[in-house]
Design a protein around this ligand. Structure first.
Ligand SMILES: [Zn+2]
Length: 398
């Protein structure tokens, strides 16, 4: 191996090593089966080797989708040799979420094993996460996971409870303020923390809450313009799961800043929800809901389930995603894991890690004092009651 190829991972020109499969300096014999297959795919497409460049969500991740128009027009991804095709997951939870159970290191290790080149840790927002040091303690774990996986791009993110709507992935480019921007953002704009969740057609607070969501994305844009962070991205998570992301809200978020709010989950995570043992009515993506008073009344009942794992907005020909694209919007869809823990049936040990029904978290940040864990509470290092975490307590997972 002669050296290590890099790509430019942010507007500040920070350079990052390519994954081994993408690095032309790594001989093919050193790759695993997946690496060989991925390299072959890119090579057949004429996108591997000198001038390695490709259209990819990671291109959007690295540049916030802000490639100059000229770069978008040539071959996919432009001719910029610094742009790299990378495979990633923007929706992963750890013990810093009240309903997940793995450490950052464990998640990053598995992500690397299964071929991710980049990943975003998206812990659920809560007051402790923002105010009791959770976001900053989490940052130390992110730095550790980066050190353990030097070729992987690891982002610290947040699962934002959009006022009047569903969840969203929010994350910034690595840098000095990557954790602080999340902390400030959740305090100022999180629907759950501010009790600004109302979004149904008959709720008095709906219009103001929907406006707050738009303001939130504009605030991120302002922080980016001010140089507080190099870049920031927002993606709507499981958009049809509860029927509360209405078409006008999706358009308004994208309009607020189309280079920041760049898309939605087309194939939401929790794909293992329909595996045997999860219950006869369990559906891929955990889309197991019915319309409520919070839902947008225009969505039919069939919008509340997935189709081959795809969200109804994406799965429907001529549906909402097609409509957004037909309006000329660059509105991407993603697939990701929303991993909280394995979906294996109780007792299964295929992953070598405790299964989801286990009563003991797989790993615990040791500095947190053991405390009873309640799924209903905003617990974990981000607890609103106290910055404690349950290690070895008798918690029931889902
Ligand atoms: Zn999630």
């Amino acid at each position: 191996m002669a050296g290590q190829r890099h790509w430019t991972g942010s507007d500040s020109g920070q350079r990052h090593p390519l994954p081994v499969w993408a690095d032309p300096d790594v001989e093919e014999e050193r790759l695993d089966t997946q690496g060989v297959a991925r390299r072959g795919l890119l090579r057949r497409a004429g996108l591997f080797g000198a001038g390695f460049a490709a259209a990819s969500i990671a291109g959007a991740v690295s540049s916030g989708g802000a490639q100059p128009a000229a770069a978008r027009q040539g071959k996919p991804g432009g001719d910029d040799p610094e742009l790299a095709y990378l495979v990633g997951d923007h929706h992963v939870h750890t013990v810093y979420s009240h309903d997940a159970k793995y450490t950052f290191s464990q998640q990053a290790m598995r992500a690397a094993q299964f071929g991710l080149d980049w990943m975003v840790f998206t812990e659920h927002s809560n007051f402790g996460h923002a105010n009791a040091g959770g976001a900053l303690a989490e940052h130390a774990e992110v730095l550790k996971a980066r050190a353990e996986n030097p070729r992987m791009l690891i982002f610290q993110g947040l699962e934002w409870y959009i006022p009047a709507a569903e969840h969203c992935t929010v994350f910034a480019a690595p840098g000095e303020n990557e954790a602080e921007i999340l902390r400030q953002f959740e305090l100022a704009y999180d629907g759950k923390l501010l009790k600004r969740t109302e979004g149904g057609p008959t709720h008095a607070g709906t219009a103001a809450n929907e406006a707050l969501a738009v303001e939130a994305i504009k605030w991120l844009a302002e922080r980016k313009r001010a140089g507080f962070v190099d870049d920031v991205l927002v993606l709507a998570n499981h958009p049809s799961r509860l029927g509360i992301d209405s078409p006008h809200e999706l358009r308004a978020w994208n309009d607020a800043d189309p280079e920041i709010m760049i898309g939605m989950e087309g194939a939401p995570g929790a794909q293992g929800a329909a595996l045997p043992g999860r219950g006869a009515s369990s559906i891929r993506g955990e889309y197991e809901n019915k319309p409520s008073g919070q839902s947008w009344p225009g969505y039919p009942g069939e919008a509340y389930v997935t189709y081959g794992g795809f969200d109804w907005m994406t799965a429907t020909v001529g549906g909402l995603w097609d409509a957004l694209l037909s309006e000329g919007r660059l509105f991407s869809i993603t697939s990701n894991s929303d991993n909280h823990g394995p979906s294996a049936t109780p007792g299964a040990t295929a992953t070598g890690l405790p299964d989801r029904a286990s009563t003991t978290p797989a790993g615990c940040p040791t500095r947190w004092t053991p405390a009873p864990l309640s799924r209903a509470a905003t617990s974990g290092p981000g607890s609103s009651a106290a910055p404690t975490w349950a290690c070895g307590s008798t918690a029931t997972w889902r």
